[in-house]
Design a protein around this ligand. Structure first.
Ligand code: PRP
Ligand code: MN
Ligand code: MG
Length: 179
């Protein structure tokens, strides 16, 4: 752990064990159905890779890129599609895969956007959720960990595009982001 990080919040082993549980739940819920996993670029890449490989449910994967944070540490509330799905989701069972729900703004917007396309169902799987997410209307079916309101990086999560490749989730030292 470099000096940019305060501490490890979730180890590789903790993440793996929780993903095992979530995958088991998802498999049980989607029996007899095929699911379309929609990963939200770029943070969801690690969760998508590790969760999808644990699922036995028949699935497809697609990706969206939306903007919310920019390169800072705050949610802007402005959501823009930077890359749309290649898949027609009409009639599909969609499971959005996210690394973190912070304000919840990205997800609440995304869910209604996808429902507007005539999906059969839209659910959310996120590795992490922060307390503020409770303030907006997002019904999240699969949550890995509820975490404190600290700035976290690793396992897909970035600060100014760095640290995504850390295999664990750590909290960023305030001096890095000027806190
Ligand atoms: C982060 C994170 C979620 C979103 C959560 O993505 O990966 O997608 O913000 O924020 P919210 O709940 O406050 O809307 P970001 O926009 O930083 O893009 P990235 O995934 O490419 O890092
Ligand atoms: Mn993201
Ligand atoms: Mg980010």
């Amino acid at each position: 752990m470099g000096k940019d990080l305060d501490k490890v919040l979730l180890t590789q082993e903790q993440i793996a064990a929780r993903l095992d549980e979530l995958a088991e739940q998802i498999d049980a819920d989607y029996v007899g159905r095929e699911v379309l996993l929609v990963g939200v670029l770029r943070g969801a890449v690690m969760v998508m890779a590790d969760l999808s490989r644990r699922l036995h449910t028949p699935l497809e994967m697609d990706w969206m890129a939306v903007s919310s944070y920019g390169s800072g540490t705050r949610s802007s509330g402005v959501v823009r599609i930077l890359k749309d799905l290649d898949t027609d989701v009409h009639g599909r069972d969609v499971l959005i895969v996210e690394d973190i729900i912070d304000s919840g703004l990205t997800l609440s917007w995304l869910v209604s956007n996808l429902r507007g396309r005539g999906t059969a169902s839209v659910e959310i799987a996120t590795l992490l959720r922060k307390p503020d997410a409770a303030k907006v209307e997002v019904d999240v079916r699969y949550v890995g960990f509820d975490i404190p309101p600290e700035f976290v990086v690793g396992y897909g999560l970035d600060y100014a595009e760095k640290y995504r490749n850390l295999p664990f989730v750590g909290t960023l030292a305030p001096h890095v982001y000027g806190g």
